[in-house]
Design a protein around this ligand. Structure first.
Ligand SMILES: [Zn+2]
Length: 341
């Protein structure tokens, strides 16, 4: 290992080795996990630039890939929904965050020009258009974009961020990236290009998995590298913002978790296992994730007597004082940040 390879690409500080031989997303790859104490970012080494093969495998088998199969469910479901954005916000914290950031904080309207980078199957771009906004979606996966156009209509293009920055520099009021940053190896170079796409007062809204609730018990509790090559906290995202010349504020998720209670037993949080063997066969069960929620108890009567709201509140209070559990409230599975100048 060359020493300067372990510099944090976000802030330039020296990383500290946390894990020497983490399995990769595909066998037999192995990765090191490093942590930057300056900006709290965790990152994997070696850095892998060429990940097309793994994403191709993921998209070709998406209905059976843990953590990704739900995206296909969303894409299929939003077409049947009267309020597609409301549907997504009920199901996933990151979409709740995007909606809150766009409508409540940034007061976006039909005249706001918005670009979603890394739109994948395209359902969020579609749902935001249905909610009255002017949003285009883009993704480097040609297959994902072809599927999105066939399913939802002409809201999309398949371009790299470099191509976009050259073509549409200074054009957008807001850029959205949900659960994308953690996939990008050269994260700051990528974000510099993203920032070029913005008008001078433009904003970026990002979501990414929040390591804060889990970093005490695991050095890497997110998709295995090289699919996820970063694991970030609010502190890391704030540092990213300041290096790029932005201020940062975070969306509060209390409203989401009061309707979708999430209680995690920390001892049940286990590291991921590889998803593919070296031949490209899927090794994991489609429902297998690293995070197991504490299911509501087997006392159906109690919920009926107290009503759901009081029942959920009582569970939250009970587990928040019990050691070994995490109750999500203001923060949860993801961070949602608004970067503004
Ligand atoms: Zn750092």
């Amino acid at each position: 290992m060359i020493d300067d390879m372990a510099d944090c690409l976000i802030c330039g500080s020296k990383g500290k080795l946390k894990e020497g031989e983490l399995p990769g997303y595909m066998e037999p790859e192995k990765f090191q996990i490093w942590n930057c104490s300056e900006c709290d970012a965790s990152f994997s080494l070696p850095r892998v630039e060429n990940t097309e093969k793994i994403y191709d495998l993921i998209y070709r088998n998406i209905d059976r890939i843990p953590n990704y199969n739900r995206y296909l469910f969303y894409a299929d479901s939003v077409l049947k929904e009267e309020d597609p954005l409301g549907f997504l916000c009920r199901h996933e914290q990151s979409y709740y965050g995007i909606k809150k950031a766009l409508f409540d904080s940034l007061k976006a309207n039909r005249d706001t020009s918005i670009l979603e980078i890394g739109c994948g199957l395209g359902y969020l771009t579609y749902a935001l258009n249905k909610a009255g906004l002017n949003v285009r979606g883009t993704d480097i996966s040609v297959k994902a974009i072809t599927d999105a156009e066939n399913r939802f209509g002409p809201f999309y293009s398949s371009k790299s961020v470099d191509e976009l920055a050259n073509e549409y520099g200074g054009k957008y009021d807001i850029i959205i990236m949900t659960e994308l940053l953690e996939h990008v190896s050269d994260i700051m170079k990528f974000l510099e290009q993203v920032a070029r796409l913005l008008k001078s007062d433009g904003k970026i809204i990002v979501t990414t998995p929040d390591k804060a609730p889990f970093s005490k018990i695991s050095s890497w509790c997110t998709d295995l590298p090289p699919v996820h090559c970063w694991w970030l906290s609010e502190k890391s995202v704030q540092k990213i913002g300041s290096v790029l010349g932005f201020k940062t504020r975070f969306v509060n998720f209390r409203g989401f978790y009061s309707k979708n209670p999430a209680i995690i037993k920390l001892s049940s949080v286990v590291p991921e296992k590889p998803t593919f063997n070296s031949a490209g066969d899927i090794l994991r069960n489609e429902n297998e994730g690293a995070l197991t929620r504490v299911k509501p108890g087997k006392k159906p009567g109690l919920k009926q007597i107290t009503g759901e709201r009081i029942y959920n509140l009582a569970r939250k209070i009970y587990y928040s004082v019990r050691p070994g559990y995490t109750v999500f409230s203001r923060r949860g599975f993801s961070i949602c940040a608004i970067l503004y100048r």
